[in-house]
Design a protein around this ligand. Structure first.
Ligand SMILES: *Cc1c(COP(=O)(O)O)cnc(C)c1O
Length: 464
């Protein structure tokens, strides 16, 4: 099987093409979809060095996609990164020196967070796949605590034969985050403010997806971080950053990644396995340190969610970890199933006896107080503002790579103006966010109850 053939981490799904894997999201056997092989690109690095971002996307993605003609894939890629706004034309992900580190700015997309890299591409792939299959309108359903919802809306608004329904907890997302969603007035966008918590929103979505008749009838789709197209799009910026940070192939680099659902760092891990010379991946968590404990000690143990200054990383169960486990268990689905079953039943599962799991991945957890101190210190010393998520990764890099002999690239996952609550008196701002204040909003309010949400969706999709 080729790199463009997708299999499930649980071994119980027939092989799929790229478009099928993207539309499927989660495999029917409960697993996640992965390419059957990873290409070895180490011999091609120097050919790729001078490529502009979109050209690099084409070169890299071609290996993983064999059911979209090259010209079509190129057009999808061009459209996905056209709305990124940076000083350097053609570079949506600039690398900026900050003291003795480098910050990879991934926040120049339409919603100012790195999720735009995956969701802009996913939106275009969805539209393409549906128009080619002449399938019924796809109804995308998602729950958000903030960032994912706005990025999904920005990726799907105005797309043909797609509607998007986003549930957010009423009054519990920041004003800026709400405006980023509710001021999008495209007809195919439906914001639902649920009278409940984020957990309520998430469980309503989960329960609706398990209503098979309803799901089929309304052709429901998902855009969550396990979608392969998102991961694929994220692999590209690791390569692009590598070329910006080095002069010749073979020079090693370190990446530091603020981590929640393990989607972003998974892309870096796959890049390393494809032959990109990454000497270390630093996995940085906030006080929700389940993944840091897993990689340092081999023990994966569920806890309670703590609410922090970096809310997009307030996660206990990392939905993408299973793809890593598949590789850790050398592609043995039975071992993946056993581990996940034990974790789901007992809330704890182990792979080592207290020792680090992977020589490539080192991890640490950074608390809110240290995050704030890091934001302040970096601003004072370098005049550069980190958002709280990025600050977690920046601090982790200072702890785990204190005197680096190679470039240390810290991924900046959000623009600081998205999280002004975490900054002092001089609030950072951004024109994209400021203009939202004067725009009209549209959303419906519904009780935290599955039937009401299903009735609303039915009411909007009757012409299907
Ligand atoms: C989603 C998000 C993260 C976490 O990324 P994962 O892929 O879930 O690990 C970190 N920072 C910001 C700003 C995010 O929106």
């Amino acid at each position: 099987m080729s790199c463009a053939t997708y299999i499930s981490t649980r071994g119980g799904h027939k092989p799929l093409t790229f478009l099928q894997a993207t539309l499927t999201g989660q495999a029917e056997d409960g697993g996640l979809l992965l390419p059957a092989h990873l290409p070895d690109i180490s011999g091609r690095l120097e050919d790729w060095r001078g490529l502009a971002y979109q050209s690099l996307c084409r070169a890299l993605m071609a290996a993983f996609v064999d059911d979209v003609p090259e010209a079509d894939l190129g057009a999808l890629i061009d459209r996905s990164y056209a709305d990124f706004n940076t000083d350097e034309v053609g570079n949506p992900a600039p690398l900026i020196p900050v003291s003795d580190r480098q910050v990879l700015e991934l926040f120049h997309g339409p919603t100012l967070a790195f999720k735009d890299f995956g969701l802009q591409f996913l939106g275009n792939v969805f539209e393409y796949a549906i128009s080619r299959q002449q399938a019924a309108t796809l109804n995308v359903l998602c729950a958000t605590s903030g960032d994912t919802g706005s990025a999904a809306i920005a990726g799907l608004k105005g797309k043909k034969h797609i509607r998007v329904f986003v549930l957010h907890p009423a009054g519990r997302v920041s004003k800026r985050q709400r405006l980023q969603m509710t001021t999008v007035l495209d007809e195919n966008v439906h914001n639902i403010a649920v009278a409940g918590s984020f957990d309520d929103c998430q469980s309503i979505v989960k329960d609706i997806f398990s209503e098979h008749v309803f799901k089929q009838k309304h052709n429901l789709g998902a855009v969550n971080s396990i979608n392969w197209a998102r991961v694929l799009a994220q692999i590209v910026y690791y390569f692009h950053a590598y070329f910006q940070a080095t002069k010749t192939a073979g020079e090693p680099v370190i990446f530091s990644i603020p981590t929640g659902n393990f989607g972003n760092i998974l892309a870096g891990y796959l890049a390393a396995r494809m032959g990109l010379p990454i000497s270390k991946l630093i996995l940085a968590t906030n006080e929700n340190n389940i993944l840091a404990t897993f990689f340092n000690q081999g023990k994966y143990q569920r806890g309670c969610v703590r609410y922090t200054l970096s809310p997009s990383m307030d996660i206990q169960v990392a939905s993408n970890l299973e793809r890593y486990l598949f590789s850790y268990f050398a592609g043995d689905p039975q071992k993946v199933i056993g581990f996940m079953r034990q974790f789901n039943e007992q809330g704890i599962a182990s792979v080592t006896n207290g020792t680090p799991v992977d020589p490539l991945i080192t991890a640490c957890s950074v608390d809110d107080k240290t995050t704030l101190a890091t934001m302040e210190a970096v601003y004072r010393q370098s005049g550069y503002r980190l958002d709280p998520h990025t600050a977690v990764g920046f601090k982790a890099a200072q702890i785990l790579a204190p005197a680096p002999e190679m470039p240390v690239i810290c991924l900046a996952t959000a623009h600081p103006a998205k999280f002004p609550e975490a900054t002092g008196d001089e609030k950072p701002n951004h024109p994209t966010l400021m203009q939202l204040e004067s725009l009209p909003e549209r959303y419906v309010e519904l009780p935290a109850d599955q039937q009401s949400v299903m009735a609303y969706i039915s009411g909007q999709t009757d012409d299907n």
